[in-house]
Design a protein around this ligand. Structure first.
Ligand SMILES: CC(C)(COP(=O)(O)OP(=O)(O)OC[C@H]1O[C@@H](n2cnc3c(N)ncnc32)[C@H](O)[C@@H]1OP(=O)(O)O)[C@@H](O)C(=O)NCCC(=O)NCCS
Length: 135
């Protein structure tokens, strides 16, 4: 029987390498570091989509599936699930694609909400024109 190959969902919004300074005392990478990469990836996608500044208002779900080690190449994939008046809900997956000889492995899954804001940090409405560009 053929096993199903699971692939990342969404747009590759950020790729980086885990460094020694990002680890805890056990040599695993801090969860907080990974969450911050996810936040950056989501913000990049939200800002490109909404054509302006965005702020994180919530991390609605977060799961850590497997540990990340120093030298691992992590890829953050983002997918817009919902667009409200001012908010953008984004599913974010992180995959470890360090070892090219093996399939990439999913390490985290999260659901983040961003709010479009203006230059003074006040929420701004996402225009209908922008909303129509959601693919
Ligand atoms: C972003 C900010 C300007 C929004 O202003 P606000 O008056 O609190 O906004 P609202 O309560 O009206 O919520 C705005 C949108 O977010 C949504 N929202 C609010 N809390 C949410 C939550 N916990 N989960 C999901 N969506 C949420 C609302 O439903 C609304 O969506 P809609 O406009 O699409 O209908 C303000 O909350 C803020 O400055 N927060 C701090 C942001 C920040 O500093 N982030 C970095 C973290 S250190």
């Amino acid at each position: 029987m053929q096993s199903e190959i699971i692939k990342p969902e969404g747009t590759l919004s950020l790729q980086t390498i885990a460094m020694p300074a990002d680890t805890n005392w056990s040599g695993d990478v801090f969860g907080g570091w990974i969450v911050s990469q996810m936040d950056l990836a989501g913000a990049i996608h939200a800002e490109r989509f909404s054509k302006g500044r965005c702020a994180t208002i919530a991390i609605n779900q977060m799961s850590f599936l497997v540990p990340v080690k120093v030298g691992d190449v992590i890829s953050c994939y983002t997918k817009i699930l919902k667009v409200g008046n001012t908010s953008i809900q984004i599913a974010i997956e992180v995959w470890n694609s360090h070892d090219e000889s093996r399939p990439a492995k999913q390490v985290t899954a999260g659901l983040f909400t961003f709010v479009a804001v203006d230059q003074s940090g006040q929420k701004r409405r996402i225009s209908d024109e922008v909303r129509e560009n959601l693919t």
